[in-house]
Write a new protein. Structure first.
Length: 258
């Protein structure tokens, strides 16, 4: 099924699973999962339902969700912690060694290499650290958890659609909140902005990231520092101010000698 068609099929999905009650600890997870699975059987095939039935309550995911303190630091501290200078240096090298790829991306989406490489570097260290959690269990745990149940119910429905269509493997590994691939897309983001192919492949992930930025208003040739036209597209990528600023600053360093 085409990604756009899959996304359209999700529009009413949250309401259909509203009867599965959220909770705040492991004790209610299996009951919630049975309810969710029963309600989902009319919308998903056997492979997706089996994958859902195989999920577990992920304590590591809940711990990470409750302890997100990394963005409450200064920009300077954030850049130092994330290795901003190292990312910029390696990003420049990758920009040169993969020039044909980045030229084709910029021609199609209008996004230069710098911000894409900054995102890639900060999200996964250029693919080195993509997480080792069961991605579907992470998303299912957060869909059950009351703190952001509605948001992650949408993500869970998207993940099941991706499994059903063969885009996502039932046992895919990802980060603590179920992000997958080289640039860490949540399942619904894959549905809406993925341009095809496995996002563990760097070229697919970079093209999809450029497509995301373009869809959020990226203007070819315009600046992307804070206060410039394309900074809003970077803000759509991540809601943390220091993260947004870091992408722009590191991206500019990568693009500096173009």
């Amino acid at each position: 099924m085409h990604i756009v068609a899959i996304a359209a099929a999700l529009l009413g999905s949250t309401q259909l699973v509203a009867a599965a009650s959220c909770g705040n600890g492991v004790s209610g997870f299996e009951t919630w999962k049975r309810q969710f699975s029963e309600e989902a059987r009319g919308r998903f095939g056997a492979t997706a339902i089996a994958a859902l039935d195989g999920t577990h309550y992920n304590f590591a995911t809940i711990g990470a969700d409750r302890g997100q303190h990394g963005f409450h630091v200064s920009l300077e501290a954030f850049l130092a912690r994330r290795g901003g200078n190292v990312i910029a240096s390696r990003g420049r090298a990758l920009r040169r060694s993969q020039a044909a790829l980045f030229d084709s991306i910029e021609q199609r989406y209008g996004v230069p290499p710098g911000p894409l490489l900054a995102i890639w570097g900060m999200e996964t260290g250029f693919g080195a650290i993509r997480g080792n959690q069961d991605a579907l269990s992470a998303v299912a745990t957060l869909a059950y958890d009351c703190r952001r149940s509605a948001y992650f119910t949408d993500q869970l429905n998207a993940a099941l659609k991706l499994i059903e269509s063969g885009v996502l493997a039932p046992g895919a590994r990802g980060s603590m909140h179920g992000e997958i691939g080289q640039t860490q897309f949540l399942p619904k983001t894959v549905l809406e902005y993925g341009v095809g192919g496995n996002l563990d492949n760097s070229a697919n992930a970079l093209r999809s990231t450029a497509n995301f930025l373009k869809a959020h208003g990226w203007q070819a040739g315009a600046g992307y520092q804070q206060g410039q036209p394309n900074f809003a597209a970077i803000q759509a990528w991540n809601a943390a101010t220091v993260y947004e600023q870091a992408i722009a600053i590191v991206g500019q360093k990568i693009d500096a000698d173009r």
